[in-house]
Design a protein around this ligand. Structure first.
Ligand code: SF4
Ligand code: SF4
Length: 286
């Protein structure tokens, strides 16, 4: 079972939900933080990191002795990362996606590839929970390969919980696709609703079953509830605006550790997800 926890909008409490769910289940759990630009689940789970691996992409290098400046590489690059000017091939590292197209199609075999580091993966244990997170190098724009590398660590014998970056961009799609269920965390505000609608469209296109958790459910308006009802989207849990939860969050403490009544509620959330996924014959495409 792979559960992704996403949100159209940042700051909705997605990581709190993901970490509290993991801790409430605790046994046979693997936690992946795929929010590689700003991984912060470790602040709540305090894992002991035992292994670090680099993540890189194949980056093209041109041998000017072999190159005849035919311009084929610039033609095939979908990202405009390579340009051929008079007697010079220019490569723009920040645009290169490491797809390998230019080296594959160069008629002179003048392009080789070197590994360009873009981030790392750290693995460890948070109590009984297997923990993995990806960290993108500062200034690096290419999130998706790091997300993919984190997802390659999925252990199918465990229940995997994936903390996804906010929004609906490529790294979010990469993290969510192939999961068995996605929890969308939102808040009852016009911004929350707007971004929830975008996230719902994304999940419907990906064919990933989903439900909604409304955080700070007793503030704002009722439009998120109305939208979920109209769209027949299950509201799995409502969390009120609560000072103790906010204080626990600011101290990096998962709130089920302080407010014990929430532990069975998160276990119940898991049971609801199991029921909602029964009968969905989705394959796990990583
Ligand atoms: S495709 Fe190869 S030979 Fe042609 S310009 Fe690019 S590197 Fe040079
Ligand atoms: S590896 Fe791909 S993205 Fe990078 S320059 Fe070559 S064709 Fe463009």
């Amino acid at each position: 079972m792979i559960i992704s926890v996403a949100s159209g909008k940042g700051g909705t409490g997605k990581t709190i939900i993901a970490t509290n769910l993991a801790l409430s289940l605790n046994k046979n759990i693997q936690f992946l933080d795929c929010d590689v630009e700003e991984p912060n689940a470790y602040l709540f789970l305090n894992p002991k990191i035992s292994k670090t691996e680099p993540v890189g992409i194949p980056f093209p290098v041109v041998d000017e002795k072999k190159c005849n400046y035919c311009g084929k590489c610039a033609e095939v690059c979908a990202y405009n990362a390579i340009a051929v000017v008079k007697n010079k091939v220019l490569i723009f590292p920040e645009l290169c996606h490491g797809c390998g197209g230019c080296s594959f199609l160069c008629p002179q075999n003048a392009i080789s590839e070197v590994n360009k580091p873009i981030g790392v993966i750290e693995q460890g244990k948070a109590g009984q929970i297997d923990f993995v997170h990806g960290i993108l190098n500062v200034g690096e724009a290419l999130h998706t390969p790091v997300v993919r590398a984190v997802k390659n660590k999925i252990n199918n014998s465990k229940t995997t919980i994936i903390d996804v970056a906010p929004g609906t961009s490529c790294p979010v799609i990469e993290a969510v696709k192939g999961t068995d269920f996605c929890i969308l965390v939102t808040e009852p505000t016009p911004f929350g609703l707007n971004d929830l609608i975008l996230a719902v469209e994304m999940l419907r296109k990906l064919g990933v079953p989903f439900g909604v958790i409304i955080n700070r459910a007793d503030v704002g308006d009722k439009k998120v509830e109305k939208y979920c009802k109209e769209e027949k989207i299950p509201v799995l849990m409502r969390i009120p605006l609560d000072r103790e939860i906010a204080v626990a969050y600011s101290n990096g403490i998962p709130f089920i550790l302080q407010k014990k009544e929430w532990k069975p509620r998160f276990k119940n959330l898991y049971s609801k997800i199991i029921k909602l996924t029964v009968g969905t014959k989705k394959g796990r495409q990583k």
